[in-house]
Design a protein around this ligand. Structure first.
Ligand SMILES: C[S@@+](CC[C@H](N)C(=O)[O-])C[C@H]1O[C@@H](n2cnc3c(N)ncnc32)[C@H](O)[C@@H]1O
Length: 288
């Protein structure tokens, strides 16, 4: 029988704007959190509802109530739902000119630190951290760097640790690598097998991958660089504020913050704490 707190009515979305989402959605998100430890209450509600609607209709369910019931009965379905709700799209050297700019403007300054620490927050399956590792290696800096790659989703964390690359993406990775100013061939860094390619362990060597929830967890170090690209665009304003506070507390003076192309500090309460190094690439430097 359907638990009372999960009404079976069709998921009503029209009136939902941001945090004023209906009680059904809140109950569903509470249940999701109780079952998985994943808190999506700070996700932008309209996009979340769009994804939930598509999930509900794709599964032929009557509404959010039935979805809530099924995730409680079937752990595999729960994992599937989480995966559909937390978008994990990524690629190597995503927005290649961002990496080119990083090489030209940030790497020379990183050289001045004895032991640079870099945090890739919301790393998905690892491609962004791998790209950074390859770039730093080519610049002769990698041996004294440490990359911390974190994500909320356990499923992507395992993949990020593995260094496995999908064969059908290699051509795109290669093109991005070259456009980003890569000085060799990307294929020098992986071994191609029949079903997948695997990165050279030397690339993974200085990357630590672990679970960290930007919505709930505290900082765990002080960093010279933080990348959080294509993550904050899914968050609502209060959660974005929390995360920017976390980043500004975690960056060293004059440290660098890289956001995704459709993300910005413009008009945020943290904007005055940074210099914008490139508007196009959303690369910021914390003021002294
Ligand atoms: C679209 S991917 C972006 C991956 C990569 N940064 C890039 O730009 O290619 C967004 C990632 O953010 C992660 N994410 C979402 N909410 C998070 C949270 N609260 N804490 C940490 N990571 C989160 C998702 O699991 C997903 O892997």
């Amino acid at each position: 029988m359907m638990p009372e707190e999960y009404p079976t009515s069709t998921f009503a979305v029209a009136a939902d704007q941001g945090r004023g989402a209906g009680p059904e959605l809140h109950q569903f998100l509470d249940r999701l959190f109780d079952l998985s430890g994943v808190d999506l209450s700070g996700y932008g509600k309209r996009a979340l509802q769009r994804r939930l609607r598509s999930l509900i209709s794709g599964e032929g369910l009557s509404g959010l109530g039935e979805l809530g019931e099924r995730i409680g009965n079937d752990p595999r379905f729960l994992a599937h739902v989480l995966d559909r709700l937390m978008l994990r799209v990524t690629t190597m050297f995503r927005d290649p000119s961002f990496f080119r700019l990083f090489r030209d403007r940030v790497v020379p300054l990183l050289r001045t630190y004895p032991y640079p620490r870099l945090w890739v927050a919301g790393c998905s399956t690892g491609q962004e951290a791998y790209s950074l590792a390859i770039l730093l290696r080519e610049e002769g800096l990698y041996d004294r760097c440490r990359i911390y790659a974190t994500d909320l989703n356990e499923a992507v964390i395992e993949k990020a640790r593995s260094g496995v690359l999908p064969l059908d993406a290699l051509e795109e990775y290669e093109q991005n690598y070259r456009a980003a100013g890569g000085i060799r061939a990307l294929s020098d860094y992986y071994i191609r097998g029949k079903a997948s390619a695997v990165l050279d362990p030397a690339v993974l060597d200085r990357i630590a991958v672990f679970r960290h929830d930007l919505a709930r967890d505290a900082s765990f170090n002080e960093f010279h660089v933080i990348f959080c690209r294509n993550v904050l665009m899914y968050f609502d304003e209060p959660l974005r504020y929390r995360v920017h506070q976390l980043f500004s507390d975690s960056l060293v003076r004059l440290g660098f913050l890289g956001l995704g192309q459709s993300e910005s500090l413009h008009l945020s309460r943290h904007e005055s704490q940074y210099d914008l190094l490139s508007r196009r690439h959303r690369l910021y430097r914390k003021l002294g």
